[in-house]
Design a protein. Structure first.
Length: 131
């Protein structure tokens, strides 16, 4: 897949670690225009070790910029749960904390907020009784 992306962008890649010269590095990704990042983001494969480094670099940058806010519980850059194969920055937001304004897109990755909900109390029924 990455060969098609690089060909589309007319990027010639030459890296030591890539004998077939078809890897998009984190540095190359970060140097792309915002429009190109938006186009490429959904074509990245989180299961490819070279491309996974891009996900982790974006996650680190996001955490450095927003991670200290009291409302943010966890940040994960990868596939969004429940949305199918959709690359995104997934942000777990704590309930009852100060509101935070996050970008809709961060370095080409859509930001998906997951809000904490009330936890239901677990009830256990005694043997022979109906709940």
């Amino acid at each position: 897949m990455i060969k098609k992306i690089l060909k589309f962008l007319n990027i010639e890649v030459q890296t030591k670690n890539s004998p077939d010269n078809d890897s998009l590095t984190t540095e190359m990704y970060l140097d792309l225009s915002d429009n190109k990042k938006n186009e490429i983001c959904q074509q990245l494969n989180p299961y490819d070790p070279n491309e996974w480094e891009i996900f982790k670099a974006i996650e680190k940058k996001f955490n450095e910029e927003y991670g200290e806010h009291e409302a943010i519980d966890k940040v994960f850059c990868g596939l969004a749960p429940g949305l199918g194969p959709y690359n995104s920055i997934n942000v777990d937001i704590k309930k009852g904390k100060k509101r935070i304004d996050l970008p809709k897109v961060y370095f080409g990755f859509p930001v998906v907020k997951h809000y904490e909900s009330k936890k239901r109390k677990k009830t256990t029924a005694n043997k022979g009784e109906h709940p």
